[in-house]
Design a protein around this ligand. Sequence first.
Ligand SMILES: Nc1ncnc2c1ncn2[C@@H]1O[C@H](COP(=O)(O)OP(=O)(O)OP(=O)(O)O)[C@@H](O)[C@H]1O
Ligand SMILES: O=c1[nH]c(=O)c2[nH+]cn([C@@H]3O[C@H](COP(=O)(O)O)[C@@H](O)[C@H]3O)c2[nH]1
Ligand SMILES: NC(=O)CC[C@H](N)C(=O)O
Ligand SMILES: [Mg+2]
Length: 520
Amino acid sequence: MANGPVLVVDFGAQYAQLIARRVREAHVYSEIVPNSITAAEMMEKDPQAIILSGGPASVYVDGAPMLDPDIFNLGIPMLGICYGFQVMSYQLGGVVDKAALGEYGKTEALIDNADSILAGSPETQITWMSHGVAVQKAPEGFEVLAHTEGAPVAAMANEERGLFGVQWHPEVKHTPLGQDIIENFLHKEAKLPNSWDSHSIIDEQVAKIRKQVGDAQVICGLSGGVDSAVAAALVHKAIGDQLTCVFVDHGLLRKGEVEQVKHDFVEATGIKLVTVDASDDFLTALEGVSEPERKRKIIGEKFIRTFEKATRQIVADAANAGSEIKFLVQGTLYPDVVESGGGDGAANIKSHHNVGGLPDDLKFDLIEPLRTLFKDEVRAVGTELGLPEEMVWRQPFPGPGLAIRIVGEITRERLAALREADAIAREELSKAGLDRDIWQCPVVLLADVHSVGVQGDERTYGSPIVLRPVSSEDAMTADWSRVPYDVLAQISTRITNECREINRVVLDVTSKPPATIEWE
Ligand SMILES: Nc1ncnc2c1ncn2[C@@H]1O[C@H](COP(=O)(O)OP(=O)(O)OP(=O)(O)O)[C@@H](O)[C@H]1O
Ligand SMILES: O=c1[nH]c(=O)c2[nH+]cn([C@@H]3O[C@H](COP(=O)(O)O)[C@@H](O)[C@H]3O)c2[nH]1
Ligand SMILES: NC(=O)CC[C@H](N)C(=O)O
Ligand SMILES: [Mg+2]
């Protein structure tokens, strides 16, 4: 039996990464592949099952993406979702056409046969749909399992060939029984056992890192955040003392962060840590820049130049004499890659400094053991590796730091004001016991906006601070946190009293989408 991953074929879906995640929640490992994959390329990965994602195209329009037809004959169990279901129906001879009625959002599905992937379903179930095309007639050999008002065939199965399809989206939380469909497919139909958890990823990555690195020296960009701490701990488990962590003080960190990271990290892990003060370098390069993507590209490049410089220092150290450092570990996660436009056909939303912001002449080979994971999976790995709870549950803080929280040009004065305001907000939210409820709370300085205030009977003309507390599961989507009014009031009073430049505090009440978590 195959023991490779479940492959999620991406047809340009917004939710391909969610499908991969739901499969892993069912304790089976999964990876995403582009829809251009051939049957031969697929067999190299030895997949245990295949899931076809949704997508924006219509199968009957010229140029619509199709699957290499040989893949249907590989004998590998396959589930098509939405566009993927339409592709399967179309390529196997069913009738697919414009739906008499488009269905977007909450839709009732009528179950004709609660068996196969719909085993255990009630006679009707609430589903979340998003389609304007429908399968009018299933291909030969398929049984219709469900229909909706707009989709004569809304779910189908061919048990003999191990092929299944569903029009609605089982991967989104708005389909309450969606996970049952995914688990029925994986466990009941494809007969896959529970085989993936945070323990298996550790073993797998440790073996892979050892093989990749051999006895070479490695550095890791360490920020004190969850992702790089977990990445460093994993690599340390694999190669021990061959690892040196490099913490860059780019002058864009929060109050007290340098001392805290230096102390806490070394104490908790015993890993070698070098701190580099590169603040002059970063701040000079950022002078006069206000466009967010330019800030991100400059910072991405400066990080790499700083790592290169640190490398020369480490090599000059007697203990490492003669060694060359070719490998750089980064705590890159899946959402960093997707947002930087790294998914198949996915749009570039913002260039994360560690992915889209890397310079073209990068001389390091990257080691990114967390690149396919989401934050909650990373936290599980960190816990399993024995990292302290405060480290594993630390709120995220972006690598470009306060640079992307000053809307406008970055100056030392503006940084100092924002740093104070941020420290007050963090202190009060912690005091109120909200650290775990809140995913993170960016504090943003609208540096180029000025409004009139009255303080001590005098007119002031200062900049506003925005509070952006959000709740989230994985940073891909988020909602604004309903922080109690008295906590907000206390933060507002303290910021306007203690930060001279600030005369107004406002609250951001936008979800993601349409906004992103950070302002830039
Ligand atoms: N100040 C820094 N010094 C060295 N490396 C850094 C620094 N800031 C970020 N990095 C590198 O960039 C990666 C991505 O940063 P990111 O903020 O997404 O992750 P993190 O800081 O490790 O975790 P978290 O998302 O919880 O803040 C880090 O994992 C780390 O490798
Ligand atoms: O290391 C990072 N480098 C970056 O360039 C970057 N941009 C955003 N973030 C963090 O990513 C998560 C999603 O943020 P957005 O909704 O703003 O895209 C949130 O947790 C953000 O804080 C970054 N982290
Ligand atoms: N979400 C989807 O996969 C949509 C599939 C197809 N574009 C339709 O409208 O039916
Ligand atoms: Mg961080």
